[in-house]
Design a protein around this ligand. Sequence first.
Ligand SMILES: Nc1ncnc2c1ncn2[C@@H]1O[C@H](COP(=O)(O)OP(=O)(O)OP(=O)(O)O)[C@@H](O)[C@H]1O
Ligand SMILES: [Mg+2]
Length: 330
Amino acid sequence: MIEFRSVTKRFGDGTVAIEDFSLVVPSRRTTVLVGSSGSGKTTLLRMINRMIDPTSGGIEIDGEDTSTLEPVKLRRRIGYVMQNSGLLPHLKVIDNIATVPILNGVKRALAREQALELLDTVGLDRSLAERYPNQLSGGQQQRVGVARGLAADPNILLMDEPFGAVDPIVRDELQRELIRLQRELGKTVVFVTHDIDEAFLLGDQVVILETGGRVAQVGSPSEIMQSPANEFVASFIGTERGKRALSIRRTARGRVLVDGAGRTAGVLVDEPATTGHDVDSAANSGADSVAQVTVAQDLGADATTGAVLDAAAGPSNEPSGLLAAEPIVR
Ligand SMILES: Nc1ncnc2c1ncn2[C@@H]1O[C@H](COP(=O)(O)OP(=O)(O)OP(=O)(O)O)[C@@H](O)[C@H]1O
Ligand SMILES: [Mg+2]
């Protein structure tokens, strides 16, 4: 268990990053700190392994006051995974992973053997061991980052926006892997993100932060979703999640499906009442990814039940490769 007790952090220039923060982080569970930029997430995380020391208040790990512990030793028994993996560019993958165990006194050959096993653990092929970080994809680098965080077999794993820099598909994959790993390993994970969906997906306990590390709400994802503690939480959950919510808008081109940010996600194709249920996705030549989605009935009275949506999501506000398609009558 990690316990923050009335922790305040004032930096040299007078910035109060954290003010009177208290929290219990239960063992062998994932606690997610979520909040917007500058709310103090990284500062909180770094105070756990004493990369930053509190100005006042204290942090205990399993009842031990961390201010009495030697920072370097403490750091080596706590895994830390950074955004952009934080790998050392001049070291091969295997050496990046084996460094901390070797510093901890593990024999080099054993540390390297364990590093190979860790590649298995995080779902990477052992053939990548001899590469340098810049010879890996972003997602692979993040996995190596996780392997490195796990290398000293720490009870505690700190993860600072570890999946922030990869594309959404790789991110989904990494999130699923982390859930699997955590089921297997049962570490005390403190995970930082500004993405509320990621927080709800990964967290057993979610801590929503306002500026200054003020705790807006602590609870399980379902507790927070069912009863947001205040307006701030409601709007944080609302706006963030709204980005993914779909709604229907009438335009000159017909009925268009837009996401919460106003981007076109697809065009609705009304099906003839008695006929087919499909749209030929091949008709959307030029679209990189074409998804066919049956429109859920709860999209509103505006949506024709059973209508078929042909969605080709694009990154811009412009519809990408959308729909000159006619419904196919089978
Ligand atoms: N070394 C420092 N000196 C002065 N102010 C700092 C220092 N490090 C962080 N801060 C300030 O403390 C506050 C919290 O910063 P922190 O990095 O913890 O935020 P964060 O929630 O991790 O943000 P982000 O999501 O952008 O990473 C910010 O106002 C930041 O400018
Ligand atoms: Mg940060």
